[in-house]
Design a protein around this ligand. Sequence first.
Ligand SMILES: O=C(O)CCC(=O)C(=O)O
Ligand SMILES: [Fe+2]
Length: 249
Amino acid sequence: MKNWQMITCSPAEFCPSMVRKILKGKSPGVRLKEFISPGAAEGILRGIHEVGLEYYVGADKAGGEARKGKLGPNFFRFKDQPAEYFARVEHFRPIFREEIFRDCDPAQLFREACAKAFEMPAQTATEGGKEFMVATVRDLPAAPVHFDWLPSDCPKLELTQRLTEQFAWNLFLELPENGGYTLIHNHDARDTTVFPKDSLWAGVAHSRCDLTVFRSTYRHLVIPSEGSGSRITVSGFFGIRENNLVFWV
Ligand SMILES: O=C(O)CCC(=O)C(=O)O
Ligand SMILES: [Fe+2]
């Protein structure tokens, strides 16, 4: 397929025809330019630095190890300790609400934009009546080739029943001088039988305050950044489940 590229538009232009194109596989996703203002990004970064990122060496999805910075839990990290994940959600929810997203809540803004563009109600994912976290903050300098599909990572979750699509979203708050690009492969990893030789990679260069969303079941990676500077994002996932959008991280 020629011209397999991200759609680029303003947040207000994100609309159902773009979503149809993405769901048909004609584009990996969309880059929403200047999703928040530079002032709003500064405010969120100030909150992040006041609370503090936690740096740790954890498993990456290629079976290796990577040094990452995190603020707030993500389910994948605690998939074998769901009670620990939901305890951390209780702890971090007010910290996000009151300190990090006090003046601007990009997760809520994004949810509203998605409800409009997908023409589906948007809600926070739950498991056993408990709400997931909808966004996390991370400093991710690089990521090996992987895909994110909750039903294969955590097949026992209620949430994975009748989940038909998964998307990843990342709002860029700080970027390194060089690199940090995301590459997305035009091949859905759920489709294990074929690996088209001629399939393409879409390269996504990011700018501060832009938000990118793509189907996370396509294999993707983050090119290691060179030079100085962190690569700080507000990130999460959402899926389609029985004609609803469900958000988690
Ligand atoms: O940080 C990025 O550009 C993408 C990271 C990633 O793998 C994801 O959001 O699923
Ligand atoms: Fe990913």
